[in-house]
Ligand binder design. Structure first.
Ligand code: F0G
Length: 385
């Protein structure tokens, strides 16, 4: 039974929208929670207290497969012929893979021109997706795909799609399973479109309601400084979520002001180069449920943290390392204690976005400046510094 070998569908009782006969799976969710003592030292945690959840081990190389198997399953239940998304690269790679696996559905993907890494683009092309590059960035692509999906009746799988978030809940189920259901103190996750953070909030609130856990860990959502809508919203506009009184007004304004006064997202972590996160409201709810915090880290912090993750284990793509950089920041602030048990989610595989990695480690100063200099990264190769 292939359902049993999926790290998502073996939890199907906790995402009960799909009959077993309709389930689409390519063996997603066979991922690993790894204790990382070297990285713990870098972050400032006691030995044994940092675990890294390697979601890059998924079939298309990122955590997106957790949600995409669920969304494509639902699309099949709706008898959709085509499924579409806008993407910074990983969602599109995942959608393209699942559509090719069904053999019945065509993937239509929208990407900002020059905005996705070749690794991710090559996946979409090879899996046979109709790939449309549009002038602009992810935020522009998102607007276009919504319009076109509505007009042509194409099933939309961006994380506005609730079934994707159902699948992404299982990342937390597997983390807990690996920790023998001992609830950690912190879950730290990069924030882009804020689908993961929203899904994690839902996962923990449901587990708690079912009586399967007796407390809920705290959530830290980490923005890249160049794509920090959530952080700015929380800091400058004082959006609070304590006590269930999330004020939605500033959020609606944020979602509607396309370019935040002309500001465009810009970070080396291309996967999270997003200015208008589609799950902003749901993420605020997750922050409330999980007593969360939001921080931002710059590209230098991201690349330094990434080199530590690489040297200490499986490696990850730049966006993923925001979680480790964020944990280090929260440790230095004293928000996270050295004895806290922390789980950082590494969302994408090392090989997904290699350009920045090579530039960062290279002794070729010209390459370094060209790729990273404009982004305020001045120091190379932390591990050997
Ligand atoms: N990390 C990676 C590697 C990602 O690809 C993404 C999102 C995120 C983190 C952020 O996750 O959206 O749940 O907050 N990538 C999307 C894409 C936007 O199109 O592939 P989130």
């Amino acid at each position: 039974n292939p359902v049993r070998f999926s790290g998502v569908w073996r939890f199907h009782e906790l995402l009960p929208f799909a009959p077993q006969s309709k389930i689409v799976t390519v063996g997603e969710g066979q991922t690993l929670l790894q204790q990382a003592d070297e990285v713990a030292k870098y972050v400032g945690l006691n030995p044994g207290q940092l675990h890294l959840q390697y979601e890059g081990m998924n079939p298309s190389g990122s955590f997106k497969d957790n949600g995409m198997c669920a969304a494509v399953t639902h699309a099949g239940m709706m008898e959709a012929q085509r499924a579409a998304c806008a993407s910074t690269g990983n969602t599109s790679a995942s959608l393209a893979l699942y559509c090719s696996a069904t053999r019945a559905m065509k993937a239509v993907i929208f990407i900002g021109s020059g905005k996705i890494s070749y690794g991710k683009l090559s996946q979409a092309l090879d899996y046979g997706a109709l790939t449309v590059q549009i002038a602009g960035d992810f935020d522009d692509a998102m607007i276009r795909v919504k319009e076109i999906a509505k007009k042509l009746g194409i099933y939309l799988v961006n994380s506005v799609n609730p079934f994707r978030l159902e699948g992404q809940k299982t990342i937390m189920f597997r983390v807990l399973e690996a920790l023998r259901w001992e609830v950690p103190d912190w879950i730290v996750v990069p924030g882009g479109n804020l689908g993961n953070s929203s899904a994690f909030g839902k996962a923990f609130s449901e587990l708690y309601q079912h009586g399967l856990i007796d407390r809920i860990p705290r959530l830290a959502v980490i923005n890249a400084r160049g794509a920090n809508t959530l952080h700015e919203l929380v800091q400058k506009h004082g959006v609070k979520w304590n006590g269930g009184n999330v004020s939605m007004e500033p959020i609606t304004q944020y979602n509607e002001s396309m370019d935040r006064d002309g500001k465009r997202a810009d970070t080396i972590a291309s996967a999270i180069e997003i200015n208008r996160p589609v799950n902003l409201n749901k993420c605020l709810r997750a922050l409330e449920v999980m007593d969360g915090v939001v921080r931002e880290v710059d590209d230098q912090q991201i690349l330094d943290a990434k080199s530590q993750v690489g040297a200490g284990g499986f490696g990850c793509e730049p966006a993923s390392a925001a979680s480790v950089a964020g944990a280090k920041l929260l440790r230095s602030e004293g928000v996270i204690a050295p004895s806290d048990r922390v789980v950082c989610i590494l969302t994408g595989h090392e090989l997904k976005d290699p350009t920045a990695t090579v530039a960062y480690h290279s002794s070729d100063r010209e390459l370094f400046e060209k790729t990273l200099g404009s982004r305020g990264v001045t120091e190379a190769n932390y591990a050997n510094r």
